[in-house]
Design a protein around this ligand. Sequence first.
Ligand code: SAM
Length: 173
Amino acid sequence: MEDDNLTRDRSACNSCNYSDATYWNKRYMDDLSTFDWYQCYAGLSPLIRRFIPLSSRVLMVGCGNAAVSEDMVKDGYQNIINIDISPIVIEAMQKKYCDVPQLEYMTMDVLDMSSFGDCSFDAVIDKGTLDSIMCGMAAPCNAEIMLSEISRFCFLKFYSRQCQLIEACCFWF
Ligand SMILES: C[S@@+](CC[C@H](N)C(=O)[O-])C[C@H]1O[C@@H](n2cnc3c(N)ncnc32)[C@H](O)[C@@H]1O
């Protein structure tokens, strides 16, 4: 019998692809059904509600086709801008939420968010995007760019909140 490990095409499930926009476009072209990586809003809401007031301007980076932003709106959040590098998923989300004014969707690379000025947001949420960036070739450098962009948006709150979050996450896990 042939060894399945030798014949299987591993390129399709290589996690290195996670940092590649082409990979995500293909994935979303194949399947646009709602999917939340790691945790749904129900699991995260104690942390989100504790650290992010309902009136906050929120940026959701690498939103994908997750339901977390929709669920945040149902919970009372008023202003969530969602970005993703894949125009396929952004177009689909724009259509899906065209009648939800609290949600805006934009195609954007998290490594170049120059369209947003300093202090544009009160909170930035990332669920799975830094992980994707960390799969790429220039991972440490790109992770630093992403985090420095994010700190530009809410830098005054960034470091104190980081400490509170680490404390909360330690408790949570
Ligand atoms: C693991 S998925 C997480 C999706 C969603 N946040 C969730 O929790 O289900 C990673 C997402 O990051 C997006 N992404 C990857 N690299 C990106 C980049 N450089 N800029 C913006 N989005 C990116 C992908 O298109 C994908 O939607």
